[in-house]
Design a protein around this ligand. Structure first.
Ligand SMILES: Nc1ncnc2c1ncn2[C@@H]1O[C@H](COP(=O)(O)OP(=O)(O)OP(=O)(O)O)[C@@H](O)[C@H]1O
Ligand SMILES: [Mg+2]
Length: 252
């Protein structure tokens, strides 16, 4: 299995970064992947707290969560199949360093245009301006209404908002579906479960599995693209003249 790095980031606090990072780590561990979750939120260490409760409640599979600053997290790349990184509720230089080295950055956002979508777009624009490709960032609609009708209208509004914001930027990637803000999810997370492990008879686990699979597909697609680009770059480096011949000798 290739090594991937998947940070969960948004300077906006409380959008579900830790909940989704822990859930994604648990979901990949269920598939047999060797996973490390780096908790870079040194002030709160909520992923660490989640893993302590998970261990206390003997929930399997075990998820390895380690405290780390950004530099330490970057050094963990390659030490496992899947390096998940939980980040704090602010953006700093570390956000960009993680984005540059990530396979696919997951950006959870809540539904409010003013309080969630505006700061999310600010982050997306900022990362774009630094050259991070839109296919390496996936927005996850998180903590949307638990009421189906309200959730549908929140989703429509958010998708329109993000589509319009992405015009002229190459179009931002907004992953399919949304994660509802369900009391059962909140209770299960507090007991050390991931979202895919919380059912309570409402199909919540299935819905969460759908989102985790969508994230995995985004990660796989980005990995394929990165490997293809690396191969092309390697071929160019070992024979730089070839490209010139192919493009009709431009730049000679
Ligand atoms: N889908 C959900 N349904 C219900 N509760 C949720 C859901 N996602 C997260 N929560 C709860 O909402 C609160 C905030 O979530 P979380 O800590 O994951 O956000 P965060 O983005 O990591 O916040 P911070 O920026 O402070 O690190 C937590 O109490 C968490 O358990
Ligand atoms: Mg958090």
């Amino acid at each position: 299995m290739a090594n991937v790095m998947v940070p969960f980031t948004n300077g906006k606090g409380g959008v579900g970064k830790t909940a989704l990072a822990c859930s994604y780590a648990a979901a990949r561990a269920h598939e047999g992947a060797d996973v490390i979750l780096a908790d870079t939120n040194e002030g709160q260490q909520t992923a660490m707290a989640w893993s302590a409760v998970r261990a206390h409640n003997d929930i399997l599979p075990k998820v390895r969560v380690q405290p780390a600053n950004t530099r330490e997290a970057l050094e963990m790349v390659g030490r496992c199949d899947v390096l998940v990184v939980d980040t704090p509720g602010w953006n700093d230089k570390g956000t960009l360093l993680l984005a540059r080295k990530s396979t696919f950055m997951v950006i959870p956002t809540g539904p409010s245009p003013t309080f969630d979508l505006a700061p999310t777009v600010k982050l997306l624009h900022g990362l774009r301006a630094e050259g991070i490709e839109t296919w390496r960032m996936g927005v996850v609609l998180s903590r949307f209404s638990n009421d189906d009708k309200i959730r549908d209208s929140e989703e429509e509004l958010a998708r329109t908002y993000l589509r319009e914001a992405g015009q002229g930027q190459g179009g931002y990637t907004v992953l399919e579906g949304s994660v509802r803000n369900a009391p059962a999810y909140g209770a299960g997370l507090a007991e050390g479960y991931g979202l895919t492990e919380i059912d309570r008879g409402r199909g919540l686990a299935d819905e969460a599995r759908g989102m985790m699979n969508t994230i995995s597909k985004g990660v796989s697609a980005a990995l394929q693209k990165l490997m293809r680009l690396e191969k092309e770059l390697g071929a160019f480096r070992s024979n730089p003249g070839k490209g010139k011949e192919r493009d009709g000798g431009r730049g000679r």
